[in-house]
Design a protein around this ligand. Structure first.
Ligand SMILES: [Zn+2]
Length: 104
């Protein structure tokens, strides 16, 4: 089901615009939910923590569970999480760069 299998990840971030900087000790995972439900949960978590600049909640596809392994080269790199959020796929910065320079 394409609408199933979304999780919400909340926590305190060093940089609230970057899920890769989440503090693992504060990280909480909710779900899985359907997409709409996940959006609603994330929204309410963000509203509840509106005074905390470093708190963020993210809606993430469950099968893309957050880890740092690049799907292209299988290397672990901190940039994979960031690229997952920005581009929607799990790719490290060096693979992303080579794709940008040499599009196939
Ligand atoms: Zn890679």
């Amino acid at each position: 089901m394409e609408n199933d299998g979304f999780i919400v990840i909340e926590g305190i971030h060093k940089n609230p615009n970057n899920i890769g900087t989440i503090d693992e000790k504060t990280k909480k995972v909710h779900g899985p939910f359907k997409k709409k439900q996940a959006d609603a949960v994330a929204k309410s978590l963000i509203q509840k923590n509106v005074d905390n600049f470093y708190h963020r909640a993210w809606v993430v596809k469950k099968e893309l569970e957050i880890n740092n392994f690049c799907e292209e080269c299988n290397n672990e790199d901190e940039s994979v999480k960031q690229n997952l959020i920005i581009h929607g796929y799990k790719i490290c910065k060096s693979c992303n760069l080579s794709k940008t320079i040499f599009p196939i």
